[in-house]
Design a protein. Sequence first.
Length: 237
Amino acid sequence: MLRRTSKKVKEAVDKMRLPAVVRLSRSFWDDARNGTGEEKRQVVLRQLAAMTGWCRISTLELPRCDMKGQDAEILAGVLRLSGVLGQCRELVHLSLSGNYIGAGGAERLAGVLTQCAALAHLDVSWNQIGPAGADRFGVLAQCAALAHLNLCGNDIGDAGTERLGVLALCPELAHLDLSHNEIGALGAEFLGGVLGQCTALSHLNLSDNYIGAAGAKSLAGVLGQGFVNVEWNGWLP
């Protein structure tokens, strides 16, 4: 009886926590008074952990914070804090652009993303995740609300592209950025088969890759299906 009552109290308190938007200002990060990069990261992560007691994080943007793989692990822990399902159930927008989480950090985040049923926007651009990191994001198949995915500048190459077949299982995916990723003709061929199943896709960015004429031919059928906006440059003959 006591346990049931305690659970109900926790659920009632959890419902009282309001959604929060957390955006790290660049001025904070650039302020020398905040100490070294490591000290700044620790301050941010401690503040986030403290916030979980009185709010639910719906938007989280931590761009260019010098975050590495181990920081991604701490962040994953923060997102699991508080409530029946932690912060993850409320998270709609997550941006970690311009950090250094690598494949290890991608793996740590992947365990959290499986719980983020409301996640609609994921930006992990310029994070050096490579092909192995792209493979870790296979869990995105469980993010049914995902509409915007930015993997720009991660050097995933053809090998990493072949690990993105999961995108065909994301029914709401509308915006996909794979620019600056060393993708060649083989990767384009694989994408041609996957993107044809992404019926909601309206914006595709493949600029600054090495797809070439052969790759363009592989994508021709997909690109003719009526995408609203397709960005490319430098890979047509």
